[in-house]
Design a protein around this ligand. Structure first.
Ligand code: FAD
Ligand code: UDP
Length: 391
């Protein structure tokens, strides 16, 4: 008998499993259809022994002391401030656009005040900033928008920035100083021994059982549990009743190169050339010393594993229909990037999970959902006693 069936061993599912098991003494079963824990934050040593992120670069940053302190119980950290260069007009220049970007791109020697005047002189008047195009052209004008944002966004999302909510390009600021960090959050660090190790510690508790390679559909009728926490795609949960919610996918092309260093920065963005959006060199993120280096290319695509909800009005409206269903589904709680259709970073998902945990502990409903198939308890015992480390 489980108190909770948690679908998904990513940040949302694992944080809730940890809280419920250790703080509320609940018995928890975590299932994931993949052959590993950690969701999209999963990292592993590749065949050359280099730590890589299977699903693209994951850089931890947050302004939340609570989130940082919470995760610090499960990992030590390596201080790391992320930097990105963009390949534009045959040069590598800092991204986000800052004073050095403008000076290098145009061969100028402006100071902070002059670059502010420059931005003001090229910025377009936009009465109400609504779209991802509005955000950029209203700050830095059309030319810089075309060079840095328009084509990258079209590649990444398969649509024009004018069709996307302002929140997408608002993730990337514009600066008049020389700060070339990608993020300015108070806490910026990488888990010292990687994300997967941190998740192993989150899930390491006698009250938590983990079943990998398991779609929850395949076990739900055999498992007695009281409540479910669902962290997969919300439209899938409801059998696409109102139609498919669009998610953007990526193909990751991993390579190991026989050279110690490859890129001029941890990440290089290619707004205008190539089919991929960016290349990441993992050793720059993890600090690992190794005679070879591992990189990943990201090729955006429409079909495939859902990685990004697509922020635009019509999708928000469709999601709201699913949210109504979700809110009216007793004893099932929806949390995480896919289940709440929010373009959330890791720290936001952790915060969302901690908030849900608080809510759950305020309410207590002990109705037992009986197994649909009689005599299935022994089968469950067998299934959950499998070693999660062995796919
Ligand atoms: P997920 O990690 O997606 O976990 C959901 C889990 O549910 C998955 O493991 C899935 O297999 C499982 N599941 C789904 N359906 C079923 C089913 N039917 N049965 C069983 N299991 C199921 N965030 C940052 O803060 N910094 C970054 O630098 C960063 N970089 C990113 C780069 C890329 C390319 C991507 C795609 C995301 C990035 N993120 C980053 C976001 C980060 O990955 C997410 O915020 C976080 O991983 C979401 O956690 P989650 O638990 O909501 O979802
Ligand atoms: N973006 C862009 N050019 C860049 C970097 C970002 O146009 O060089 C836009 C693009 O639409 C991207 C969004 O800003 O999807 C958010 O960028 P971020 O780096 O936060 O994307 P993520 O790491 O989540 O993929």
């Amino acid at each position: 008998m489980f108190d909770y069936l948690i679908v998904g061993a990513g940040f949302a599912g694992s944080v809730l499993a940890e809280r419920l098991a250790t703080r509320s003494n609940k018995k928890v079963l975590v299932v994931d259809k993949r052959n590993h824990i950690a969701g999209n934050a999963y990292d592993h040593y590749n065949e050359d022994g280099i730590l890589v992120h299977k699903y693209g670069p994951h850089i931890f940053h947050t302004n939340s002391k609570d989130v940082f302190e919470y995760l610090s119980d499960f990992t030590d950290w390596r201080p790391y401030e992320h930097r990105v260069l963009a390949s534009v007009d045959g040069q590598l220049v800092p991204m986000p656009i800052n004073l050095d970007t403008i000076n290098k791109l145009y061969g100028l020697k402006l100071n902070s005040f002059e670059v502010e005047e420059f931005f003001a002189s090229v910025a377009e008047q936009v009465p109400v900033v609504k779209t991802s195009e509005d955000v950029v052209v209203s700050k830095v004008g059309r030319e810089l928008y075309e060079k840095f944002f328009r084509n990258y966004t079209r590649k990444q999302w398969g649509m024009d920035p004018s069709e996307l909510d302002k929140s997408v390009t608002s993730r990337v600021p514009t600066r008049t100083n020389r700060d070339d960090r990608y993020f300015t959050d108070t806490y910026q660090a990488m888990p010292l021994h990687g994300y997967t190790r941190m998740f192993e510690r989150l899930l390491d508790h006698p009250n938590i059982k983990v079943m990998l390679n398991t779609d929850y559909h395949d076990i739900i009728d055999f498992i007695p549990f009281k409540e479910m926490i669902f962290t997969g795609p919300v439209d899938e949960f409801f059998d696409f009743k109102y139609g498919k919610l669009p998610y953007r996918s990526l193909e990751f092309k991993h390579e190991t190169l026989n050279t110690e260093n490859y890129l001029a920065a941890p990440v290089v963005n290619y707004p205008n050339d190539n089919l991929y959006t960016r290349i990441t060199e993992f050793k720059a993120l993890t600090g690992q010393q190794h005679p070879k280096t591992a990189i990943v290319y990201e090729y955006p695509k429409a079909e495939g594993d859902p990685y990004y909800p697509v922020p635009r009005l019509e999708n928000a409206e469709l999601y709201n229909k699913y949210k109504k269903l979700a809110d009216n589904t007793p004893n099932v709680h929806f949390v995480g990037r896919l289940a709440t259709y929010k373009y959330y970073n890791m720290d936001q998902v952790v915060a969302q999970a901690l908030t849900l945990y608080k809510k759950l502990t305020e309410k207590s409903d002990d109705t037992v959902r009986k197994p649909a198939i009689a005599g299935s308890t022994e089968l469950v015992e067998k299934l959950v006693s499998r070693d999660p480390a062995k796919p």
